[in-house]
Design a protein around this ligand. Structure first.
Ligand SMILES: Cc1ncc(COP(=O)(O)O)c(C=O)c1O
Length: 445
């Protein structure tokens, strides 16, 4: 039996309630003025100070009341608290995109001269971000290709390493990550494990339960859910021992050092929410990738139906992946939820076999087969994007992975005939009919 808070209205503490209840309610706040049931969009760039001393206290960090919407906004706070609750973290920070979430999360950990180790199979845009902008700022990356190979991790990690980075369900290959294994490596080296859970979502997997310390999201995708608003979030697991890491020679000054005389460190002042506070105050407020409250509203509203949508997304994906595998025009299907997949054991153990709704299918005929297939689709939209109500298709080799060296794409398994599907919420029968029509085009080649 879980213990619930007293039934008196309004309930503001949703700890102990089930996921489906928290996705509807967590983070909402009682509106004492009008009695609005749905948290409104707070379109105000700034906040009024009570008096002279209140202003000084807020700027000096003696008060945590808000200063300006670049730092935080009540609409976004609803989304932040809801997401922190669903992920099982202590706090979260909403930002303007998934790329902003990844950048903000890592800028709070690493600085010029530092180094980060990432698994090799990650979103193409993230790999570009690491290889271009992070490199220009003097933060280097190394990639581990076989996350199960301890020796590869040991070779990659340096004294200057400040984080390990991975994703739950990388796309387009749906090659699910064995998070526990990577979390062990991270813990052994006193490094925070940062996990992009965009494709997994907390409805399917909660990385903190598998040893992650920080979760990032492109909320543009399943969390907002309807393809309407670009956004992102960083979630603090509150479970990383910053002091032990410092003792082991890994320094994280934004979390553990006093920002100015007379003011304690984030860790002293915010405890298990210190990292999230550092992201908010020392990165997002400085650099400025804040989320519009309008998009924050779409995000907290989108999350209300997350588990229901994910159920349909995954049911349809399982049916479609199994169907595709049996079609003569299909060379292979990359869906870890299929028993034939080499990662099915991890899929069963960590995902109950339900590995999301973004996966790869390789058709016969290489690039010509891919072109015929894409052009033959009618219900699937030809577009970049995933995690929408609509089904989508893209050809990675000529889009998300177009700038990578051929040997990198070959190693990542990005074949000329590979298409990435994001299965939406349409009728699964219509989707299969659409795919069949497109495969007919492949058969005609
Ligand atoms: C796994 C993953 N992380 C991050 C991003 C970047 O998110 P955004 O487009 O919101 O910047 C994407 C975008 O496709 C993604 O798929």
């Amino acid at each position: 039996m879980t213990s619930h808070p007293p039934a008196a209205q309004p309930v503001t503490d949703w700890d102990g309630f089930d996921f489906d209840t928290r996705q509807v309610h967590a983070g909402e706040y009682p509106d004492k003025n009008i009695g609005l049931r749905v948290p409104p969009i707070a379109l105000s760039a700034g906040y009024v100070f009570d008096d002279f001393d209140d202003q000084a206290d807020r700027f000096a960090g003696r008060s945590v009341d808000p200063i300006y919407s670049r730092q935080g906004n009540p609409t976004n706070t609803v989304a932040e608290e809801r997401l922190a609750s669903l992920e099982g973290g202590t706090a979260s920070v909403a930002v303007s995109s998934g790329q902003a979430a990844i950048s903000s999360a890592l800028f709070a950990l690493a600085q010029h001269g530092d180094h980060i180790v990432s698994t090799a199979s990650i979103y193409g845009g993230t790999r570009i971000l690491f290889g271009r902008s992070f490199r220009r700022f003097g933060i280097e990356f190394d990639y581990v290709w076989d996350a199960g190979d301890d020796a590869e991790w040991e070779r990659a990690i340096r004294p200057s390493t400040r984080a390990i980075y991975t994703e739950t369900i990388p796309n387009p290959r749906n090659d699910v990550t064995d998070l526990r294994r990577i979390a062990e490596v991270a813990a052994r080296h006193d490094l925070p494990l940062v996990v992009d859970n965009t494709v997994g979502t907390p409805a399917l997997i909660r990385p903190f339960e598998h040893g992650a310390n920080i979760v990032v999201h492109s909320t543009t995708k399943f969390l907002t859910g309807h393809g309407t608003a670009v956004g992102g979030a960083v979630v603090d697991g509150g479970n990383f021992d910053w002091e032990a890491a410092e003792r082991a020679g890994r320094s994280f000054p934004l979390v553990t050092a006093s920002p100015r005389p007379g003011l304690g460190s984030m860790l002293d002042r915010f405890g298990t929410g210190a990292y999230a506070r550092a992201v908010r105050e020392a990165v997002v407020n400085d650099i400025g990738p804040s989320l519009s409250p309008f998009n924050g509203f779409l995000l907290h509203q989108g999350m209300e139906t997350l588990s229901l949508r994910m159920e349909r997304h995954v049911d349809s994906s399982l049916a479609i992946a199994a169907w595709l595998e049996a079609q003569p025009e299909v060379v292979s299907v990359d869906y870890a939820g299929l028993p034939s997949n080499s990662l099915h054991v991890v899929a069963l153990r960590d995902y109950a076999g339900r590995t999301g709704s973004v996966f790869g299918v390789t058709v016969r005929g290489g690039i010509d087969g891919a072109r015929a297939f894409v052009n033959g689709l009618r219900v699937f939209s030809r577009m970049t994007g995933i995690g929408d109500t609509r089904s989508m298709v893209i050809h990675p080799l000529s889009s998300t992975h177009a700038t990578f060296a051929p040997e990198i794409n070959e190693r990542l398994g990005i074949a000329p005939g590979l298409l990435r599907l994001s299965v939406g919420l349409e009728s699964v029968n219509d989707l299969i009919r659409d795919l069949r029509t497109a495969l007919d085009r492949v058969a005609e080649l």
